[in-house]
Write a protein that binds this ligand. Structure first.
Ligand code: XIL
Length: 547
């Protein structure tokens, strides 16, 4: 797919606030009625409906701004958060465009999906020209600064950490990232993003991965492998740049479901459905069906968190510039008139939606209890809520982040991050979309992750009055590109110095992860790291336990 690059103007942007009454009416709309905006229906279903936004139009065009604010509860910067916009020169950051998008979302009760951190396109040539060491540190620095800027901002909920890393046959794209850093750049990028914002959902995003095919299977296998290694990847994005001439992709719902079954959220991130121009009513109808199919595929799987369209009006779309002879890909025409595609999105979101006559919410469920905590999951049980009509399900939250849903009173959480403290509560809902008060909260901390197939072993190298030197060998039966191990000492022992690994300490538990250069261990291979411990006892220093 060829991409045209356009100069980005990220000047200072004046934002006109939307009338507060209008916004309040939209964000509190639950249950939703047939004539309500898309976002009211999406909110009633616990999903987002989003759009890409361009900073120029947001600043200059009231009609554009009004529709973006009233119809959508999620936005993505079309260009303003890309590397060429945020770090045009080494370590010189410009956030004017990105900040304007975030400010618009704050004003309008929307969530922001950050797009995108590591991509081969729209990244300045100085990055491409770095040597491997320089490129690795530029990547880490870029992620730390860009994600870090919004880490404490509650509207910025998620990031495309790596974009378009695959070839059509499912192998890794031969990008400058891959050529210089090897496939490990992906795991490294996710780790850097998690370090910069532990709460953000971190996604891998690509095009032509909507249905089950070689490319989506390559992505599926990578996500599975990385999660097995404890790499913090929370979600996948299917861009969804479709064209009527190529037909609707096969097995979209099945594809969403198989990723969901890996424990990751799924989102459609950049939907547009282009046609050969000019439009006519039969193409419009076919396009509406495609939009409906995408919406239905997402709504069918609870881990599909929402759909973002790549702009909303045919007046502003990358399609005609990029795919000559094609266009009219969005749900509003060039005069902001609604097309059949709009109705299709609306009706999909409203279908099977809430019954407006029941306005009584369920009672709060019981405070959950936790068992079977692992590095990536935990089992929850709670007592049932009651409702005048009937409880249809429960949602489990950590703060404002939904971790999962259940129809009964138990849920095994999956896809959690290792060594992370969670405080969770449960909310019940009924068929009308009424939601209960929150249950009491319960806290737990996941165990440290470890690459599967690797076993650590300990050796005492030397000891002296007041301390000792330990050495750990990590042996792997299958090949890994990263590893991690946690060892715990009785009180009175501290680790004061470490080499050939990165250490984080939590109480008496010390987690050691591979250094940049020794993450890769071949099948049957091993690597070692060493450390100095402080200890004031006599005899042989205590042996650590591994977890
Ligand atoms: C496109 C923008 O829409 C254009 O304005 C820009 O000139 C090029 O990029 N995949 C992506 C998006 O991940 O960032 C691209 O956006 C479209 C394809």
């Amino acid at each position: 797919m060829s991409r045209t690059r356009r100069a980005i103007t990220a000047g200072a942007i004046a934002l006109l606030p939307i009338a507060p009454a209008l916004v309040a009416a939209v964000v509190t709309a639950s249950p939703a009625h047939a004539s309500q905006p898309l976002r009211a229906h999406a909110e009633a279903r616990g999903r987002f409906i989003g759009t890409a936004v361009a900073t120029g139009q947001l600043a200059n065009e009231p009609s554009y701004r009004t529709i973006a604010a009233t119809e959508f509860n999620q936005i993505t910067a079309e260009n303003a958060m890309k590397w060429e916009s945020t770090e045009p020169n080494p370590n010189q950051f410009t956030f004017s465009g990105a900040d304007a998008v975030v400010a618009f979302a704050e004003q309008n009760g929307q969530q922001v999906h950050g797009h995108t951190l590591v991509w081969h396109s729209q990244t300045p040539s100085w990055v491409e020209n770095l040597d491997a060491t320089g490129m690795r540190s530029a990547m880490n620095n870029h992620i730390a600064k860009v994600v870090g800027r919004y880490a404490d901002n509650p509207v910025v909920k998620s990031w495309d950490v790596v974009n378009e890393a695959f070839n059509e046959d499912g192998t890794m794209r031969d990008s400058f990232w891959y050529r210089k850093l090897g496939s490990g750049y992906i795991a490294d990028a996710f780790r850097a993003a998690r370090a910069a914002d532990p709460d953000a959902k971190l996604c891998i995003n690509d095009y032509n991965v909507e249905g089950v095919n070689s490319k989506s299977t390559g992505m599926y296998n990578l996500v599975k492998t990385l999660r097995g290694q404890g790499v913090p990847i929370d979600c996948v994005g299917f861009q969804g740049h479709l064209s009527l001439q190529y037909g609707f992709p096969g097995q979209v719902k099945e594809n969403v479901q198989r990723f969901a079954d890996l424990g990751v959220d799924v989102r459609f991130t950049e939907i547009d459905i282009r046609m050969k121009t000019p439009r006519d009513s039969s193409k419009d109808a076919q396009q509406a069906t495609y939009y409906r199919n995408i919406m239905d595929a997402c709504l069918a799987v609870s881990r599909c968190v929402g759909v973002t369209i790549w702009g909303f009006t045919d007046k502003y779309s990358w399609v005609p510039d990029t795919f000559p002879g094609e266009g009219a890909a969005l749900p509003y025409d060039e005069n902001y008139g609604r097309k059949p595609a709009y109705t299709a999105i609306h009706d999909a979101l409203a279908a099977g939606g809430p019954d407006p006559s029941d306005t009584t919410p369920p009672t709060a469920p019981g405070t959950p209890s936790v068992s079977s905590v692992t590095s990536s999951g935990a089992a929850l049980t709670w007592t049932a809520a009651t409702d005048n009509v009937g409880v249809t399900g429960y949602d489990v939250y950590s703060g404002t982040t939904k971790l999962g849903s259940a129809t009964g009173t138990t849920l095994t959480l999956t896809g959690l991050s290792p060594s992370t403290a969670y405080t969770v509560h449960v909310i019940a809902r009924d068929a009308a979309g009424n939601t209960s008060p929150a249950s009491g909260t319960v806290g737990f901390t996941t165990l440290a992750g470890q690459a599967s197939g690797c076993t650590p072993s300990y050796k005492l190298v030397n000891s002296w009055q007041g301390g000792f030197q330990g050495e750990i060998t990590i042996r792997c039966t299958s090949a890994v590109t990263s590893w991690k191990t946690t060892l715990t000492y009785p009180s009175g022992v501290g680790v004061t110095q470490v080499w050939s690994a990165r250490m984080t300490a939590a109480g008496s538990a010390y987690t050691f992860a591979n250094a940049d250069w020794n993450g890769t261990i071949p099948a049957g291979g091993s690597t070692t790291f060493g450390y100095i411990g402080s200890w004031n006892g006599t005899g042989t220093p205590p042996v650590p336990t591994f977890s």
